[in-house]
Ligand binder design. Sequence first.
Ligand code: FAD
Ligand code: EPU
Length: 343
Amino acid sequence: MTLAVSRSIDLSRWHTFAMPATAEAALTVTSIAELQLALHLPQFNDVPKLILGGGSNVVFAENFAGLVIRNRLLGKRLEQTDDAFLLHIGAGEAWDPLVRWCLDNGIDGLENLALIPGTIGAAPIQNIGAYGVELADYCSYVEYLEIDSNELRRLSAKQCQFGYRDSIFKRQLLGKVVITAVGLAIPKQWQPQLGYGPLQQLQNPTAQHIYDVVVATRQSKLPDPSVLGNAGSFFKNPVITGAQYQQLQQRFSDIPGYKDAAGVKVPAGWLIDQCGLKGHQVGGAAVHQLQALVLVNKRDAVVADLLALANDVIDAVEQRYGIELEPEVRILDKQGRPGWQRC
Ligand code: FAD
Ligand code: EPU
């Protein structure tokens, strides 16, 4: 087996922010055997490796000094029990087409997660979520290749330690594994999830109807990355203590907040909006006019523009509300490691 390696890669085509960045080399894997080989190629022994799915949750703060491995591990397997549909999905399958395939095949449950860009393999990393549902609600296991041993392993959903935009893959297993497949268990007894925003008004909807409303809602405020570069919500919604929330309510009586296991979740989009930052621009990067939590590549932005803009947003929210926003997007250094120092 040989792998086709390309050199001097232009990464702007491979991530949805579409800003200039390069990588030393790249290849695409379509099977686990190819992935095992790619991770241990002697000519790339000493360089960092970066797994890339759809590139919809990354920013390249620097040129990447290593080998990009594009994940195209495809395939779906469906089994059934009396109570549930059991799916085993290759990590390179795209998320939204899977949701549509499920609906077309009478498997209802994933419709609230409509139109989220990216691959199945990245979904467990930040436990993708939208409109009151998250991957953790349907995930039964995650299969991965352990890079050091080159062996396949499996974690149950419980072992994945899913949280809000969080999992073991961002912590203990960061940089140590490549996710190769995800197992989903979708109950046959369908329960529509209608608790979030515009879904609350629906009367006896079908899953397809929910899918359509979620798509329409998303399209009304989230920019299409093929038109305007972005990576969805740039920051996480901060979770603060009940006491801090009550203090803020005394000064800002209309501040929204939603009880969360760890405290009160405050919508970062609202905080940024209230700071008057919609449309605020640094170079070619801007706060989106329709959704303040989304930063966009408005016109020929470079990463320095975007990071300066992110700094402005964090500073403004901190000054007004005493809350420090944290990026949700992965800001990668030249080694492919996530993290970022504010200036
Ligand atoms: P990438 O951006 O390719 O990778 C993300 C990170 O995961 C990188 O560090 C990469 O190295 C690592 N990685 C990727 N694949 C693997 C693998 N197989 N094994 C190990 N590591 C891997 N997210 C939500 O949760 N909810 C939303 O509603 C939502 N809406 C969005 C809307 C828009 C317009 C956009 C652009 C993004 C949105 N996102 C949302 C964020 C994004 O879609 C998700 O985080 C998605 O799961 C990223 O998938 P990807 O394949 O593009 O990951
Ligand atoms: N809001 C404003 N002004 C804004 C944006 C939002 O006032 O400019 C207010 C809204 O009116 C609403 C609240 O903030 O009351 C929440 O807004 P929205 O429903 O749009 O959701 P969000 O908190 O901004 C989160 C996720 C999204 C997910 C949606 C829907 C995070 C970080 N973001 O956004 O996920 O699609 O809920 O469930 O949790 C992503 O992760 O990339 C992403 C897009």
